[in-house]
Design a protein around this ligand. Structure first.
Ligand code: ADP
Ligand code: MG
Length: 698
């Protein structure tokens, strides 16, 4: 149960006055949350400030700057009748000069009240020169002496979403701050004193009510305090999961390896040394009476799927079951397609279960899973629905691609007794970050590519040379090659993205005919699969796509990848996209089209892709270029999966957070001391409450 003290923060955002259902829709988008609550708003930190502290006399005003001036109102000059578009002007002065306040579409009675002739007013806004006269168009603020006493001269600015006004966010934030309860301190006192961190509520207040512009910067103590809170919550949750897993003794799944041998014999290739090493690690783990918690990291195309299958074969040979969960339907089907023939050769029963299997088919799969007639099930998150029960699930393989979190991993492990966990990740993560996302997991890496792969020729080309690119793609098609053409996703407007992809599709189809096809995220599952399989079969040879093809699509015959507006993609994302080609033995080409001119960071990012195909190096360079760059394909400059912490600034706190979590676990694993109780608040605030349940379950 959530501590009552937190209830005000977990109330719906609509409980704030001024946030109705209409605005809630905008906040949903802004906060990326289907049911935004007050706490979500409070964690929406400023991106900057408006600084109205400059208080020059009129003869000192620097045109183009934001100022607050004290002026006496002289005269109103309303728009002439029948010329409503002409501005309404108000003339004013101080003892050094004159200024014109200019309003469009103004209401006379309103302005007369706001700026009464002969009175002193404080006016804040951007002053400019117009016809040699100082003027201010639509001042941001007009207040009298009393109003000025309470006017915030430094105001926070927030990231917004289309249709949502800054003033609304500020107002909502003020009322949200008013709901902040008096929370117990969950951080260690000595640590707080050493770092000079403010209390949680103080930190939020100082960020949302800045006294100076620098108060809202991510390198302030206030921001760092909240970042540390977030990191500690994450580390503590991972530690709780780990402890929970340890408490449940594992069960060894020993096998002679007969099934594995049958599968390996059916492979048209031999395993690479790193595949063999990874498999060796896994087999050892599985045989031990402890639970396996292993991460298999490998670049796109490095051959994780077959390792996963061989791991599954190991537990199946011990008479138990395995599940492989993929983040998307497309990827689940593809895993299934790869695995099914090999499994069949070895005599394994494999099934697929996603949202698309319905009715009798679904009932049949569920029944066979429950009696143990299915050895390996491949699926999406449909796998952890309540109705899915296994006879004896021994191994949960989660192909993660960063779309699942601790919660999902756990959900699947609850479906069996002492389930071993193998997490596959295609985005190589720098070691420093592995800890952040996966905690103390054992790691196997697939660092080399399967033999016979050719390096990919990667080029960056300005969009202005689109026609040449199309001609080159045409030549490749003439030679019988297959190509992807990826159109970018622009945040916030799926519609526009789709329109762009559809327009490109129409154009390419005009040029190259029926061999061109389109696949995008709005398409229904079967439709998407059909488009993919037509391409895989060679019926179509130029596939225009939005980033739905990013994850795991495997068509070894594809040799050309065109990415439009490559500058809008994250490095990791581009690397993933490029990984779709160069999978066969033919030479492949990746053409990254960018819109000139490129900024310095964008230039550096694209250059890295030209230089290397090593995903680990790309991930490290990405980390180095952060700030503007975006790691792991997320767009915020924060740590992916984190709302507040930023790797370049707060990464240094990671090890402290980890040590602190370890200390808590050793002294107070049940979170029962006063600090433990306070830490429960922290876990709730950062949505790690799933981990709290494990304390009880343990
Ligand atoms: P990942 O999941 O790591 O991106 P996959 O498992 O999808 O990579 O493998 C990519 C392709 O490489 C598949 O077509 C697979 O059959 C092939 N492959 C896997 N291992 C090897 C190997 N040792 N030698 C040659 N090809 C391999
Ligand atoms: Mg794969």
């Amino acid at each position: 149960m959530r501590p009552n003290l937190l209830n005000p923060l977990f109330a719906a955002l609509t409980s704030l006055s001024g946030v109705g259902p209409k605005l809630e829709r905008l906040y949903r988008r802004l906060l990326d949350n289907e049911a935004p609550r007050i706490v979500d708003l409070l964690f929406h930190l400023p991106s900057g400030t408006v600084d109205r502290r400059a208080r020059p006399k009129l003869n000192e005003v620097v045109p183009g700057t934001l100022v607050t001036v004290a002026v006496t109102v002289d005269q109103h000059r309303p728009s002439p009748p029948h010329r409503a578009r002409a501005p309404y002007r108000v003339y004013a002065h101080d003892d050094t000069g004159d200024i014109t306040l200019t309003f469009f579409n103004a209401r006379k009675d309103y302005l007369e009240k706001l700026l009464p002739e002969g009175e002193l007013r404080y006016v804040s806004g951007t002053a400019e020169l117009y016809d040699g006269m100082l003027q201010m168009v639509h001042p941001d603020r007009v207040v009298d002496e009393a109003g000025f006493a309470t006017l915030p001269l430094v105001e926070p600015v927030y990231p917004l979403t289309e249709g949502l006004a800054l003033s609304n966010v500020r107002r909502a934030m003020e009322s949200a701050l008013g709901k902040l309860p008096d929370l117990p301190e969950w951080q260690d006192d000595a640590w707080l004193a050493r770092e000079r961190f403010p209390a949680f509520a103080e930190a939020l207040k100082s960020l949302h009510r800045p006294a100076e512009p620098r108060d809202v910067l991510p390198d302030t103590l206030a921001w760092a305090r909240l970042a540390f809170d977030e990191l500690l919550a994450g580390q503590l949750a991972l530690a709780l999961v780990r402890a929970h897993m340890r408490r449940q003794a594992g069960r060894g799944s020993a096998s002679e390896g007969l099934l594995r041998t049958r599968i390996v014999d059916a492979l048209p290739y031999s395993l690479t040394p790193s595949q063999q090493r990874a498999l060796g690690d896994i087999i050892t783990d599985l045989a031990l009476p402890q639970r396996m918690l292993r991460l298999l990291q490998g670049d796109v195309g490095s051959g994780k799927t077959v390792v996963a299958l061989l791991a599954a074969a190991t537990v199946i040979e011990a008479g138990r079951q395995a599940a492989l969960m993929a983040p998307t339907e497309l990827l689940a089907r593809q895993h299934h397609n790869t695995i099914a023939p090999l499994a069949q050769a070895a005599g394994l029963h494999v099934a697929i279960l996603t949202g698309r299997e319905r009715g009798r088919e679904r009932g049949d799969i569920l029944a066979r899973l429950a009696i143990g007639d299915i050895d390996l099930v491949v699926g999406t998150h449909a796998l952890f629905q309540d109705e899915v029960a296994f006879k004896d699930l021994a191994l949960a393989i989660v192909d993660e691609q960063h779309r699942f979190g601790v919660h999902q991993r756990l959900a699947l492990t609850q479906k069996g007794d002492a389930v071993d966990v193998l997490v596959l990740t295609a985005t190589p993560i720098p070691r420093t970050l592995v800890l952040t996302y996966f905690g103390d997991m054992d790691i196997s890496e697939l660092r080399e590519k399967p033999a016979g792969r050719q390096p990919i020729d990667t080029r960056t080309i300005p969009l202005s040379r689109l026609d040449e690119v199309e001609a080159a793609v045409g030549r490749a098609l003439d030679e019988g090659q297959r190509a992807y053409w990826v159109c970018p996703l622009v945040e916030d407007s799926e519609k526009i993205d789709l329109a762009a992809a559809e327009a490109r599709f129409a154009e390419l189809k005009e040029r190259f005919g029926a061999t061109v096809d389109l696949v995008h995220g709005r398409m229904k599952g079967p439709e998407k699969d059909r488009a993919m399989s037509r391409f895989a079969a060679g019926e179509t040879r130029l596939l225009v796509a939005t980033t739905v093809i990013e994850v795991g699509v495997d068509v070894p015959e594809a040799t050309v990848m065109v990415v439009e507006h490559a500058e809008r993609f994250g490095l990791a994302q581009l690397h993933q996209l490029r990984g779709r080609i160069g999978r066969g033995s033919a030479r492949s080409t990746c053409l990254l089209l960018y819109k000139a001119p490129l900024g310095e960071t964008a230039k550096a990012r694209l250059a890295i892709l030209r230089e290397t195909e090593d995903g680990f190096r790309i991930a490290e360079e990405d980390l180095r270029l952060r700030g503007e760059g975006d790691l792991l394909g997320t767009r915020q400059s924060g740590l992916p999966g984190f709302r507040i912490a930023r790797i370049e600034l707060h990464g240094k706190y990671l090890s402290a957070a980890r040590d602190d979590a370890a200390l808590v676990m050793s002294r107070d694993p049940g979170l029962t001391t006063p600090r433990g109780a306070a830490l429960r608040h922290l876990l709730y605030l950062f949505e790690k409450d799933e981990a709290i349940r494990l304390i009880r379950a343990g």
